[in-house]
Ligand binder design. Structure first.
Ligand code: G3H
Ligand code: 13P
Ligand code: ZN
Length: 322
């Protein structure tokens, strides 16, 4: 089947109590790893491209890689989505250039300005059969050029969501309930430590999610910054020349709980990066004489694939839903 929008996917996910995985893609190996896992698990998927990915790999290369995945995986629905679109022009370029979904992220702007920009994108997108994700509230962490310091993040205010969605006509809404971008989601001061000395982050604000849900019944909610930062890969990186102390993510049990609610899309990027980096570091440590990129990218791709499979089956609950 050709690329699809997320409309049907979200309806089924909402009613079925699961979420769709939205994975960031930057190169061929990542596209292959994600879509092969989804194909084998019969899972619908959102492949997302950030401003940084477009700058790194080029719009056309990324679109063509995703089109190749569509040909190779005809039995699963695939959405091509712009992640954190910073302005109308970037959203327009993606709408005109083959994407089926865009995010306009004006969450750092004042409420009224966020509404204005989002509305403009929605009007253009809907006229071209493309759906729009918008955001209210800000996450801590690093996303492209936007860096939000720990402590400067703000939870979504549930009392604003009806006006925002009603005025903009957006198709899904990203909210801030305590997730955070990157591999260092929380400072040590924000966490406690378990018996192994690993940081345990503060729990997600399910009370905020429930309040949003009450005000927007049936409306798909999105969670960004939802990597779990698998300690297995942090360890692999640190044992093979890396230095990532106190990297910590969102516990998967909490994401599983979110996926059962109105949360229909869960964004995961950093976990895939950790799997790739850990695998490549380990390979070089074990084979200092090797220099063929195919040899070191192969185990990296295989590990990303298994990580995505785990997310589909154990976290998102979307295995078998294609
Ligand atoms: O939230 C942002 C994603 O992890 C993409 O990151 O802007 O470095 O491509 P990036
Ligand atoms: P992570 O950094 O937690 O993987 O979040 C990715 C994301 O939100 C992409 O938009
Ligand atoms: Zn994000």
């Amino acid at each position: 089947m050709p690329l699809v929008t997320s409309t049907e996917m979200f309806k089924k996910a909402y009613n079925g109590g699961y979420a769709i995985g939205a994975f960031n893609v930057n190169n061929m190996e990542i596209v292959q790893a994600i879509t092969e896992a989804c194909k084998e698990e019969h899972a619908p998927v959102i492949l997302q491209v950030s401003k940084g990915a477009r700058a790194y790999a080029n719009h056309t290369y990324l679109v063509k890689l995703v089109e190749a995945a569509v040909i190779e995986c005809p039995e699963i629905p695939i959405v091509l989505h712009l992640d954190h679109g910073p302005d109308f022009e970037t959203c327009k370029a993606c709408i005109d250039g083959g994407f089926t979904s865009v995010m306009i992220d004006a969450s750092s702007k004042p409420f009224k300005e966020n509404i204005e920009i989002t509305k403009k994108v929605v009007e253009y997108a809907h006229a071209h059969g493309v759906v729009v994700e918008a955001e209210l509230g800000t996450l801590a962490g690093i996303e492209d050029e936007v860096k939000v310091a720990h402590g400067a993040e703000s939870y979504t205010r549930p009392e604003e969501v009806e006006e925002f969605v009603g005025s903009t006509g957006c198709d899904s809404l990203a909210i801030a309930i305590g997730t955070s971008h990157g591999a260092y989601k929380f400072t040590a001061a924000q966490c406690t430590r378990n018996e192994e000395g690993v940081l345990v982050p503060p729990p997600l604000r399910f009370d905020v999610l429930k309040e949003v849900e009450k005000r927007l019944p049936g409306f798909p909610i999105v969670l960004h910054g939802s990597s779990s930062v698998p300690q297995e890969y942090v360890k692999m990186i640190n044992e093979n020349g890396g230095a990532m102390p106190d990297a910590v993510g969102i516990p998967e049990s909490q994401l599983r709980e979110a996926a059962r609610s109105s949360v229909c899309k869960i964004n995961i990027d950093s976990d895939l990066r950790l799997a790739m980096t850990g695998s490549i570091r380990k390979f070089f440590n074990e084979h200092p004489d090797k220099f063929d990129p195919r040899e070191y990218l192969k185990p990296a791709r295989a590990n990303i694939k298994e990580l995505v499979r785990h997310k589909l089956v154990d976290v998102l609950g979307c295995s078998g839903k294609a």
